[in-house]
Ligand binder design. Structure first.
Ligand code: FRU
Length: 504
């Protein structure tokens, strides 16, 4: 049954979503049909396609009562919008359908598991709220909320757990055990964050298993949007802590993202940490979620935005918030390695190759320019003497540029978007320590109109950021203090226009 709120949302996005020109949006990154988008939700493989949902407030470009927007794709590059999937239209989710996940059930139904936020006013005027877990079932287009929702409430929490911060279920099925599991973020009595593990035989009746990991006030406070999987024989938790404290160049203040590697015993469900590190070192990355593809790849997508700067929007924008390029994950030498999905390579066109280019003063290379591109730059010293630094400026014209610079002496890679179209005084730069390789560095740079994603040293580090530079600022320059040598491999990313592939 489709509620009035859902109908209204579907009508609204149909009328106004279509009014946004294709060139006003990213070319191959997911953006909302209209209005505001945050976290990726329900990233899943369903009947031959990948589905992705997103936190959606379509009526303006600010966060508000959450709906679930919906897109699908065959290859993580060309996405198609589907009508809004969930609306906050019941008593248990009247204040929002918060983040969650999805999976295909053995009987062919698509199941969504999400957090319902319920708010009510007390007699004294104070607004109370609680978060519960809910499910909905559908066919990849329309979803019906389960009549006995919620399926997990305060009553299911371990002692000291918080009913106000109990959210973001990530579900999976353990084929060997023939059971479902879900990790859910919560706040224990110390006010920080924890990840609770629940299990179920049928997706409707759940029991608490254990606290998989606890923040203990070490890595921020509330741990949002947990994910848990085994990757290359290592147990990996992803989570997005609120209220992080900066720590060197590893973590920055505010909302951050971390991965925790460890050992997991499936018998006792005990997880023992090995290492905790940042997932992405850029300015805009939050709430990532993964999907396992039929060919066994673990693919992660994140919200390419930070909460702290989400008020900084281009004047008059009709949409706001976008996703990262989906990334293939691996664990190599205990570290999370991420690279753009290989499917992106199918959309490379106009190859431009330069080898052994001497870089001293600023240079530009013929045909190396653009705003939707996939470019790899490999730099190394010319002879014995190390260059002092090496800078690439992209999205450049006489007024604007976005700078990526490397100082091999300190192994610091710096990203700076101070001149990238922002009209607010926002955080504009970040520094990250890359592996010291005596001045050798490889950077794969993915640009898509309003974003720059950098993958350093074959995915050892990712740096994701939005930019709002006018689109005609499309030059690229290279310069070095001292002498450096570089190779450049650059492709335009070209997506066939929607009208060509999918006439309506
Ligand atoms: C993370 C988050 C989630 C929550 C959602 C609400 O960005 O705060 O914890 O479910 O956003 O939109």
């Amino acid at each position: 049954m489709s509620s009035k709120s859902l109908q209204q949302a579907r009508n609204y996005e149909k009328i106004y979503g279509g009014k946004i020109g294709e060139e006003e949006r990213p070319l191959f990154h997911v953006s909302p049909k209209i209005g505001w988008m945050n976290d990726p939700n329900g990233f899943s493989w369903y009947q031959g396609e990948y589905h992705l949902f997103y936190q959606y407030h379509l009526f303006n470009t600010s966060w508000g009562p959450m709906y679930w927007g919906h897109v699908r794709t065959k290859d993580f590059v060309q996405w198609e919008w589907l009508p809004t999937a969930l609306a906050p239209d019941t008593e248990y989710d009247n204040a929002g359908c918060f983040s969650g996940s999805a999976m295909e059930l053995p009987d062919g139904r698509h199941m969504l598991m999400y957090t319902g936020v319920q708010e009510w006013k007390r007699e004294d005027g104070y607004t109370e709220s609680r978060q519960v877990q809910c499910v909905a079932f559908g066919d990849g287009a329309d979803y019906e909320k389960y009549e006995k929702n919620p399926i997990l409430t305060q009553a299911d929490l371990p002692e000291g757990g918080s009913a106000e911060d109990f959210r973001d279920p990530k579900i999976w099925r353990d084929e060997k055990e023939n059971r479902y599991y879900a990790v859910i973020g919560n706040r224990p009595a110390d006010g920080s964050g924890s990840i609770l593990l629940f299990s179920s035989e049928d997706t409707l009746h759940w029991e608490f298993v254990t606290v998989l990991d606890n923040c203990k006030n070490q890595y921020g406070k509330m741990w949002e949007c947990p994910d848990f999987f085994i990757l290359d024989n290592v147990a990996v938790i992803l989570t997005s802590p609120q209220e992080m404290r900066a720590r060197g160049m590893e973590f920055h203040n505010g909302n951050g993202t971390i991965y925790i590697t460890g050992n997991y015993d499936p018998e006792t469900h005990r997880f023992d940490r090995t290492e905790v590190r940042a997932i992405d070192y850029g300015l805009d990355f939050y709430a990532p979620q993964t999907v396992l593809t039929p060919d066994g790849r673990r693919i992660m997508i994140g919200w390419m935005q930070s909460w702290e700067t989400s008020h900084s929007q281009p004047h008059g924008s009709k949409w706001f918030g976008m996703m990262t390029i989906p990334r293939e994950l691996h664990i190599i030498n205990g570290r999370l390695i991420q690279n753009p999905v290989r499917e992106l390579e199918r959309y490379r066109s106009e190859p431009v190759l330069y080898r052994d280019v001497d870089v001293r003063e600023r240079i530009q290379l013929p045909q190396v320019c653009g705003r939707s591109l996939d470019m790899t730059v490999r730099v190394r010293p010319a002879g014995e003497k190390l260059y002092e630094n090496f800078t690439i400026k992209v999205a450049k014209d006489t007024e604007n540029y976005t700078a990526i610079s490397y100082t091999p002496g300190s192994s610091i890679l710096r990203f700076d978007r101070s001149n990238s179209g922002f009209r607010h005084d926002i955080i504009a730069s970040r520094e990250v320590l890359v592996r010291n390789q005596s001045g050798e560095l490889s950077l794969r740079i993915i640009m898509d109109r309003f974003s720059v994603e950098i993958f350093a040293n074959n995915g050892e580090q990712a740096i994701s950021s939005t930019i709002y530079t006018p689109q005609d600022a499309a030059s690229i320059s290279f310069e070095a203090n001292g002498m450096a040598i570089m190779d450049v491999e650059k492709y335009d990313i070209v997506i066939p226009r929607k009208q060509d592939t999918n006439p309506e």
